[in-house]
Design a protein around this ligand. Structure first.
Ligand code: NAG
Length: 969
């Protein structure tokens, strides 16, 4: 180490507590170029033939009838056949009562020509069942009772529907609108006139299809037995055929210049769910739209299809990079969830019987007693696969979070460093640039944990390599960063340059591990390196190979402080349909890309996280950021909202986008600070840092064509405000870390919509401009240019909220106008909570992890408060494998603050102690006495400010691991 490097854990200047009044700098309008997505690159529902077919089916009587005579009641499931009254095609419904108030419904063909895709690897285990029993029966229906929970299910035979009841109240109905539509697999009917127009390719498909059914090789071989008689019954097939609509696009589909050969014909599935009493629905990310979902009737449905959308637009239901097919329904009385486990292209329609009614109209209905019960209807439509849906019956939002977490797992516990600040851009040019940026943070007393490298760091976009002229000695660079206790993240994308001199390509090609085209050759598309092939991550052998690439031997130039970023994993294919892969590309097990599309990125993320775990022999926790995601991706790391733009509207939308992800398990979410495209003016950049400091994943990132924007390049006044925002982030790290532990433990979101915490407060149901962190902090970022004030909604009743800077107390519920300057954003601590902080801001989180803790105790009107603190080494799995952690509970009541153990399994040696306690909302005591186990009582010195009612207790000096109490007398 040269003398240029200061000692590793330099103390940065203390957080400034004064409010600097600054004159707002209006630096003019951002460059007047309007950038926008080219919408015609992406399909509308009309242009997606299955969506159009599904949607053309109108609500009405369902043609399906349940054959009650076919009911079989096993220990784990009830099965019953559903017959389509016109086509006579038979489906099988499998109904399972699950433990924890959940029900699972699966519908598949009784005799499929070819097995249908069932999404593997998303569920953490087979969910434990709670057997159903028949508790009533008549000619047309059957009543089922689950062994657990107060639920009943009524199965109606004709028309087929399911109703879930709790006591006498109807929670949810399935197929009440008759929109069950299941395109069973069939032989292609070829009218003579069409025959001539058949392309050679589709003729070949047809022949191949026929042979495959005669016992020749089938693409789905190994995935289940082929039904033998399905194709044999020619007459039956003919009657069915005539009854079926052979619409354009059913057997072949064009989009722009791309053709989709659809060798298996139409296979889509759709089903509707009615939610009586529900007016508010959320979830089904990722969309750049409001938190509360909108009614889609008459417009486009919400689309779930992982896509690389260049310069995405806001406030619309277009698909984006990731998909989580989970919807939450909320009313003041109840929360429910619907998890539609399908990885194919999916569209979701939402309708409501109250939509369009004015508040006045609703009131009139209410007064006249003539109003219908509000009801929301949700309709899911997927291109292939089976219907596999979990009904999460709550009753509270937190129950739904736990239920969903029990199915798909919880947020991985991030290494502590990854909760710090990340500095990225496309690109830091070379090693010297990286080290200068690193030094810049020290020179300007700004904390930073990680510097990022985008695609230019690799040799010709050959991932796992380094550009030999710009990054000749990556290990030395990593060591320099390590000496500052900082990390590096390098990008590793899943498109592999087709280049015979590139080892990764050679091995994957030779081992046949690439995705294949319909004709069995390696699929090639165009991406950053030029011609590229795509590893088939659905293949476990491929994932194991990939994970092994991260070993320190295989990934040359890597080191333990190198972490990874998976971009472009939708997958992005520049010359593919909708910038992605052909749907008829072939994957492991004979599945089509159509079947697995939305889960591809999930598997890339999974394999990369596994690689980082394996390289340390299973000791170290990974950090992997992914752009694409699916249900369950929370188990592998962080996600971000992709390529946003430096505009105020994009700053605003980061709130509902991350809140929506948090609701469906992905707590570790962030948006590129500053905006990826275009140049933010200093005011916007400052506001973005202030927002990002309070969002879970905190990374500045920028496009290649943007100007450099490291914080010290801004005018001094702006730099100071950014330093302050970073200071707030770092001081709250103990709280962030504890929140992530709680998310990891029980699936509760870190960043929460207000309604989750205040389920009966109607005002909170559509708030998009503020949020909660855990249950203690309420953040209202400033997201308007030139703002002089904001309207903050403080929920209640019975709550008090303390401004964390001035300690001013506000009663809830109220809408408060708060003047703001550029230097701060409104943040409140709820009375009744205890928030731990580190008050010394240093170079990085690793430098702070042994620092003493200050407890901020904000009292409720009843004079009570509580909070938790989780501590471990911050980077290994020892908290899990060796129970090396501490979970402490702090509670204040009857003028006594008590520290106790909240999880007796944990033990952890730590130098961390409590250096100060700040009690907010308390009168002045005469004496303050500390009691610790095995020591005599001691008096603590204190200071009380009568104006703010803040009591500061100095140096209790107790270890964070010990039990103690402090009495105010
Ligand atoms: C199941 O639901 C009942 C009634 O709604 C509720 O009391 C119970 O806590 C729930 N159980 C679980 C595990 O969510």
């Amino acid at each position: 180490m040269s003398g240029r490097w200061p000692p590793p854990c330099l103390l940065y200047p203390q957080l400034r507590r004064s409010r600097m009044v600054l004159v707002l700098a209006y630096l003019g309008v951002v460059l007047g170029i309007t950038l926008a997505v080219d919408r015609s690159n992406f399909k509308t529902c009309e242009e997606s033939s299955f969506c159009k077919r599904q949607r053309s089916l109108r609500p009405g009587l369902s043609p399906y009838r349940a054959l009650l005579d076919s009911v079989q009641l096993g220990p784990d499931a009830l099965t019953v056949q559903l017959i389509h009254e016109v086509t006579k095609v038979v489906l099988v419904l499998e109904l399972q009562g699950l433990q924890k108030n959940m029900t699972r419904i699966r519908i598949d063909e009784l005799q499929p020509l070819r097995p249908r895709y069932r999404v593997p690897d998303v569920l953490v285990a087979d969910p434990p069942t709670a057997p159903l029993s028949v508790s009533g029966r008549d000619d047309n229906s059957m009543e089922l009772t689950a062994a657990e929970g107060p639920y009943k299910i009524i199965l109606t035979a004709r028309p087929f529907r399911l109703d879930l009841l709790e006591g006498r109240s109807l929670l949810l109905s399935v197929n009440a609108r008759g929109l069950l539509e299941f395109e069973h697999q069939r032989l292609r009917r070829v009218p003579f006139s069409d025959k001539v127009s058949l392309t050679l390719g589709s003729m070949w498909d047809k022949i191949k299809n026929i042979f495959s059914r005669q016992g020749a090789t089938d693409p789905a071989e190994g995935n289940g037995a082929q039904p033998e008689d399905a194709a044999g019954d020619g007459d039956k097939a003919k009657t069915q055929d005539t009854a079926e609509r052979e619409e354009p696009g059913a057997w072949e589909e064009m989009f722009k210049t791309h053709s989709d050969s659809k060798p298996y014909g139409p296979t889509s599935v759709g089903l509707d769910f009615s939610l009586p009493g529900m007016e508010h629905v959320y979830g089904i990310p990722e969309h750049a739209d409001s938190l509360r979902l909108k009614v889609t009737e008459g417009g486009e449905p919400y689309r779930l299809y992982n896509l690389d959308v260049f310069q995405y637009e806001l406030d619309n239901p277009m698909a984006l990079y990731g998909s989580v097919p989970v919807l939450l329904a909320h009313s003041p009385h109840r929360d429910l969830g619907i998890f539609w486990l399908n990885a194919a292209e999916t569209w979701v329609d939402i309708s409501s019987n109250t939509a369009g009614k004015t508040l006045f109209g609703k009131m009139l209905d209410y007064l006249q007693g003539s109003g219908e019960t509000p009801q929301t209807d949700v309709r899911w439509m997927s291109e292939s696969g089976i219907i596999d849906v979990f009904l999460l019956l709550g009753p509270s939002a937190f129950d739904v979070f736990r239920q969903y977490a029990s199915l798909t797992g919880t947020q991985a516990l991030p290494p502590l460093f990854s909760l710090g600040y990340h500095q990225s851009r496309w690109n830091y040019r070379d090693e010297a640039d990286v080290l200068e940026v690193d030094q810049g943070f020290d020179d300007h007393s700004l904390p930073c944990d990680v510097i990022w490298l985008d695609i230019e760091h690799a040799d010709g976009k050959r991932y796992f390599t380094w550009d030999p002229s710009r990054f000749p000695q990556p290990r030395r660079m990593l060591e320099r960063l390590a000496s500052k206790r900082r990390k590096l993240v390098a990008i590793v994308d899943p498109h592999i340059k087709v280049d015979s001199g590139y080892r990764v390509h050679e091995e994957l090609r030779n081992q046949g591990l690439y995705v294949k085209t319909r004709d069995g050759s390696d699929y090639e598309g165009w991406c950053w390196p030029g011609s590229a092939s795509y590893p088939d991550f659905t293949n476990p052998t491929m994932r194991a190979w990939w994970a092994d690439m991260f070993s320190f031997d295989n990934y040359e130039g890597s080191a333990p402080n190198l972490y990874v970023w998976n971009d472009m994993n939708e997958p992005s294919v520049f010359n593919g349909p909708e910038v992605t892969m052909l749907k008829d590309a072939q994957h492991y097990g004979g599945w089509e890309h159509r079947d697995i599309h939305n889960i591809y990125g999930f598997y890339v993320h999974m394999a990369t996280a596994d690689g980082l775990i394996q390289r340390s022999g299973g000791i170290e926790r990974p950090f992997v950021l992914s752009r694409a995601f699916f249900a369950g991706s929370q188990r592998f790391g962080a996600v971000w909202t992709g390529d946003n733009t430096a505009g105020w509207d994009h700053l605003k939308i980061s709130i509902p986008m991350c809140l929506s992800l948090g609701l469906v398990g992905l707590s570790f979410c962030g948006a590129d600070v500053g905006g990826f495209f275009k140049n933010p003016d200093p005011e916007l950049l400052v506001r973005w840092y202030q927002m990002g400091a309070y969002q879970p994943f905190f990374r500045a990132h920028a496009h290649l064509d943007t100007g450099r924007r490291e914080p010290w390049l801004l005018p001094a006044q702006h730099q100071d405000i950014i330093r302050e925002a970073l200071g707030h982030r770092y001081s709250l790290l103990p709280y962030w870390y504890t929140l992530f532990y709680q998310a990891h433990r029980d699936g509760s979101p870190v960043m929460r919509p207000l309604w989750v915490q205040y389920p009966q407060d109607v005002t909170t149901f559509s708030i998009d401009d503020q949020f909660l962190l855990g249950d203690a902090l309420l953040v209202h970022p400033v997201s308007d240019a030139g703002a002089h004030g904001v309207q903050v909604y403080l929920p209640g009743p019975g709550e008090v909220w303390y401004d964390i800077q001035s300690y001013q107390k506000h009663q809830g519920p109220q809408t408060l106008y708060l003047p703001v300057t550029l230097s701060s954003i409104p943040v409140f601590q709820r009375g009744g909570t205890i928030v731990p902080r580190w008050m010394r801001v240093r170079r990085s989180s690793d430098c702070m992890k042994d620092d003493p803790i200050t407890l901020f105790v904000a009292l409720s009107p009843q004079g009570m408060a509580q909070g938790e603190l989780f501590l471990d080494d911050g980077h290994t799995f020892n908290y899990q494998t060796r129970q090396e952690f501490l979970l402490r509970r702090f509670s204040f009541s009857s003028n006594t603050l008590v520290s106790s153990c909240a999880d007796p399994r944990g033990h952890f040696e730590t130098p961390v102690w409590i250096e100060r306690v700040v009690i907010i909302g308390v009168g002045k005591p005469a004496t303050v006495v500390l009691q610790t186990q095995g020591s005599p009582e001691s008096r603590l010195s204190f200071q009380h400010d009568p104006e703010t009612s803040v009591l500061v207790l100095r140096k209790p000096g107790v270890s964070v691991a010990s039990d103690w109490s402090i009495h105010l007398q």
